[in-house]
Design a protein around this ligand. Structure first.
Ligand code: ZN
Ligand code: ZN
Length: 363
């Protein structure tokens, strides 16, 4: 593992240095935990990583001294105390760099002012999606980690089915989802579970409420966890008792759209084309106006990350990226349906990491 990890980090640092060249920068300063983890393997939460053409310096606080020495590879470890930026500046860890890149999404205006004070003479270069392509293209061991997280979520879903019945509240089910994930070894939930029944299922992000489930309702359940640093994400819609004809028809349309979306996933496909493949099916079914969000998102060290699978997305799917495919329709004051799987964009097409069946379950 250590050897594998050090070669892996060399490739990742090489990717970072390539990005510097592309943006005419001489160094980059990374501080978001998933970025730092991806680059040098550190799993803690407070660190900075300064990478120049010649060197890589990792800086954390005293709580992480031991952990950093065990985990970090490819960078020199510094444990100066709590003022991490102060150390980077005083110890000159950016070398002679004058143009220093920053991941644009992670820096606030307040941060920029502070950085200008701390590092006089540095010209900061905000770069959108600095690590996006690198983190987006998964290695096989990362795909296996995501597969394990997804399998855990699916076990939780299997166990949950016997509890979904009239009279049970959404909140009961959400609590069960959280408990069962943690009991089975998840690091934590990836997000608060969505459990939305009846009319509330028409809310795409319906947080679990005190509402109890009634007969002939849909229940939309969207959940995921973090396991060994990687996320899972899955949505299923089940019926409690035989649903109305219109509900079943909508379910079948969403399922057909989802399958069309999955079939369009491959390395090099444009995010917007994958979205369109699914969306056309819903438009033909007369439900296009009720599909009110993008088709999916990347999943990895974060549950929402690059690439987006959306009609807005200009980019293409990197090889071996992992994305969700999650079309949904939301009929206000009536019901909603969403179905979500995790899919790898292989060179020759999709590989679905999700095993849970998608025929409409009537409980
Ligand atoms: Zn989800
Ligand atoms: Zn999702």
């Amino acid at each position: 593992m250590n050897h594998e990890r050090s070669t892996m980090n060399n490739a990742r640092l090489a990717f970072i240095r390539q990005r510097l060249v592309e943006h005419g920068a001489e160094a980059v300063l990374l501080g978001a935990a998933p970025d730092v983890r991806w680059a040098v393997g550190f799993t803690g939460s407070n660190a900075l990583l300064a990478v120049t053409a010649e060197a890589a310096h990792f800086v954390t606080d005293g709580r992480y001294a031991g952990q950093a020495r065990q985990e970090v590879s490819g960078a020199e470890v510094h444990v100066p105390g709590y003022d991490l930026h102060g150390h980077v500046a005083e110890a000159g860890l950016l070398g002679p760099a004058r143009r220093v890149a920053l991941p644009a999404e992670q820096v606030t205006l307040a941060d920029m002012e502070r950085l200008r004070d701390l590092y006089p003479g540095v010209e900061w270069v905000p770069v959108p999606g600095f690590l996006a392509e690198g983190r987006g293209s998964k290695e096989e061991w990362e795909i296996e980690a995501i597969r394990r997280a997804q399998a855990l979520t699916e076990e939780v879903f299997d166990g949950l089915l016997s509890r979904i019945a009239p009279g049970v509240s959404e909140r009961d089910l959400a609590a069960e989802i959280a408990y069962q994930h943690l009991r089975r070894g998840a690091d934590r939930l990836a997000f608060d579970p969505i459990v939305a029944s009846g009319r509330r299922s028409a809310l795409p992000h319906g947080r679990a409420s005190a509402k109890t489930i009634r007969p002939r309702e849909f229940v939309v359940i969207d959940m995921g966890c973090m396991l060994d640093g990687y996320a899972s994400d899955m949505t299923r819609t089940v019926a409690v008792g035989e649903p109305e004809v219109g509900m079943r028809r909508a379910y079948e349309a969403v399922l057909a759209a989802q399958e069309a979306g999955i079939a369009a996933v491959r390395a090099g496909a444009a995010g917007r084309d994958v979205d369109r493949a699914a969306r056309e099916v819903l438009v033909e079914a007369g439900l296009g106006e009720y599909f009110s969000h993008g088709l999916g998102h990347g999943v990895g060290l974060e549950v929402h990350e690059f690439p987006r699978v959306s009609y807005h997305a200009d980019h293409v799917l990197p090889e071996n990226t992992v994305v969700t495919i999650e079309p949904g329709v939301y009929l206000p004051e009536r019901f909603g349906v969403r179905i979500e799987d995790l899919v790898v964009a292989r060179r020759d097409g999709p590989e679905n990491l999700t095993r849970t069946p998608k025929v409409l379950l009537v409980l």
